[in-house]
Write a protein that binds this ligand. Structure first.
Ligand SMILES: Nc1ncnc2c1ncn2[C@@H]1O[C@H](COP(=O)(O)OP(=O)(O)OP(=O)(O)O)[C@@H](O)[C@H]1O
Length: 212
């Protein structure tokens, strides 16, 4: 799968905030870094089709050769993961994983069981998410996103609430899942170790290369 940002230009009050023209192919990670407030999260909001009204955008967004610029968020199939991604507290782990999944009970059960195993949590579907560790919750949040069948994965500081050991293993877990599924990934981070581990190009919101 391929994600292409064609001459994307995002403005806020007449000022250019971000300018990107690039392609990310499946299994590759593009990292966006830059100071607080420079527009990193705004770029991701534009990609999922949820740009706040204060901003305007020109250019096109392509997923696998399909122009999704005007496709509404729910139909766009961009998976996004945030820092401190919240699992629904009133649902079990399996309930979280199966939320919104199509198919009958048996099909949903099979999908959530497979996701639990992949997350290293086999048989833990009935658990209350509050009883999981931070790393376990992060893996469930990723698997929930992946179960929705995204065609690209956007990561907004998804590792920053984890301690450094957990952070390294979660990074590896996320990048492996994305590679297996051939998903293009855009990672927003402040962390140089994250950027190095991503092993792809590192740019700012103007598309300029950053040397680590
Ligand atoms: N809904 C909004 N309406 C108007 N301006 C906004 C809105 N959301 C963010 N901004 C402004 O847009 C700019 C970019 O914000 P954004 O959240 O994309 O930055 P960021 O690079 O992700 O920052 P951080 O690293 O702190 O998360 C900032 O100047 C911010 O104040």
């Amino acid at each position: 799968m391929t994600l292409r940002l064609e001459n994307l230009c995002i403005t806020l009050a007449g000022r250019v905030l971000a300018k990107l023209d690039l392609t990310v192919s499946g299994g590759n990670v593009l990292t966006i870094m830059g100071p607080s407030g420079c527009g990193k999260s705004t770029v991701l909001a534009a990609l999922i089709g949820a740009l706040p009204p204060a901003f305007s955008m020109r250019g096109r967004i392509w997923l696998d050769g399909v122009d999704v610029t005007q496709v509404p968020t729910h139909a766009r199939r961009m998976g996004i993961l945030f820092q401190n991604d919240i699992l629904f507290p009133h649902m079990s782990v399996a309930g979280n994983l199966g939320f919104g999944l199509p198919g009958n009970v048996t099909a949903r059960r099979a999908a959530t069981d497979a996701a639990l195993s992949e997350a290293g949590l086999p048989g833990m579907g009935a658990r209350d998410p509050a009883t999981l560790s931070g790393g376990q919750r992060a893996r469930v949040a990723l698997m929930r996103t992946l179960l929705s069948g995204p065609r690209a994965l956007l990561l907004d500081e998804p590792f920053s609430s984890l301690d450094s050991n957990m952070r390294a293993s979660m990074r590896q877990f996320v990048f492996e899942r994305a590679t297996e599924r051939n998903l293009p990934v855009i990672l927003v981070t402040h962390d140089h170790d994250d950027a190095r581990a991503a092993a792809g190009p590192v740019i700012n919101v103007m598309g300029e290369r950053i040397q680590l």
